[in-house]
Write a protein that binds this ligand. Structure first.
Ligand SMILES: CC(C)(COP(=O)(O)OP(=O)(O)OC[C@H]1O[C@@H](n2cnc3c(N)ncnc32)[C@H](O)[C@@H]1O)[C@@H](O)C(=O)NCCC(=O)NCCS
Ligand SMILES: Nc1ncnc2c1ncn2[C@@H]1O[C@H](COP(=O)(O)OP(=O)(O)OP(=O)(O)O)[C@@H](O)[C@H]1O
Length: 199
């Protein structure tokens, strides 16, 4: 069983998914908070029931799944609604992630979470890695990928820990403001280091 855990973090659009896919190619299992956050609100889940009770049926799409774009617009415009959602989902996400981490069998396992430091999840990690890009690159990449306005991207970034604070807290920092091929070379070096640490 893998019990050495690497916490991988970075703000929205920093490149966590791109970098964690590189570790997966090297045979390392990944538990991704954003994926778990979708599992805990699947149709029939307690999470979705509570959200519907709180926001009404308008928060569902016509086929009964969560309307994520609608909920995103609400919570990043209203701090108290974001707090309500965080209070509901974060314990559910944490519990599910911890059980998935326990089941991992690779040499070490990666916990990917945008809010790793914000939510104190580093206490479950032996080491942390920050995927680091300047804020303007976060905005460019997020707005190019999602149906998100520059204004909303800025609001989401403002709701997360500052880049400087994350740099302070991180064990390692990976500069992702470079071609992915260069990043991959660094990932290979980090992987070798983590293999040694985890033994
Ligand atoms: C609001 C929701 C429905 C929007 O869904 P959507 O598919 O548009 O975005 P997705 O879930 O892929 O998240 C994209 C990014 O937004 C940022 N983000 C999401 N939720 C939060 C939050 N509560 N606080 C700060 N940033 C957040 C993260 O950087 C994340 O990687 C969704 O993000 C959600 O359920 N958020 C609450 C759960 C949560 O905190 N998830 C973050 C991982 S623990
Ligand atoms: N080094 C890079 N060069 C160019 N584009 C990149 C690079 N790294 C990631 N991207 C692109 O930037 C976007 C954001 O990357 P990715 O989805 O990996 O970020 P993320 O941190 O997982 O985002 P989120 O927190 O929003 O889920 C994607 O479209 C991805 O293809």
């Amino acid at each position: 069983m893998a019990n050495w855990v690497l916490g991988l973090t970075g703000g929205i659009g920093s490149g966590k998914s791109a970098v964690s896919a590189m570790f997966e190619e090297l045979g390392i299992q990944v538990v991704d908070a954003d994926i778990v956050a979708r599992e805990v609100v699947e149709p029939g889940s307690l999470g979705l029931k509570k959200i519907t009770e709180h926001f009404g049926d308008e928060i569902l799409t016509s086929n009964g799944t969560l309307d994520r774009a609608k909920l995103r617009a609400i919570i990043f415009a209203d701090e108290s609604q974001k707090q309500w959602l965080n209070n509901l989902l974060h314990p559910l996400i944490r519990e599910s992630m911890l059980s998935q981490l326990k089941q991992a069998t690779s040499n070490y396992v990666i916990l990917v979470a945008p809010l790793l430091f914000e939510n104190g999840l580093e206490k479950y990690c032996n080491h942390t890695l920050l995927i680091d890009v300047p804020v303007d690159v976060q905005i460019t990449r997020t707005t190019a990928r999602d149906n998100v306005s520059v204004e909303l991207a800025k609001q989401i970034i403002a709701s997360q820990m500052s880049r400087a604070d994350k740099q302070q807290k991180a064990g390692d920092i990976l500069d992702n403001n470079r071609p992915l091929e260069e990043v991959k070379t660094d990932v290979q070096k980090l992987h070798e280091k983590y293999l040694i640490h985890s033994h």
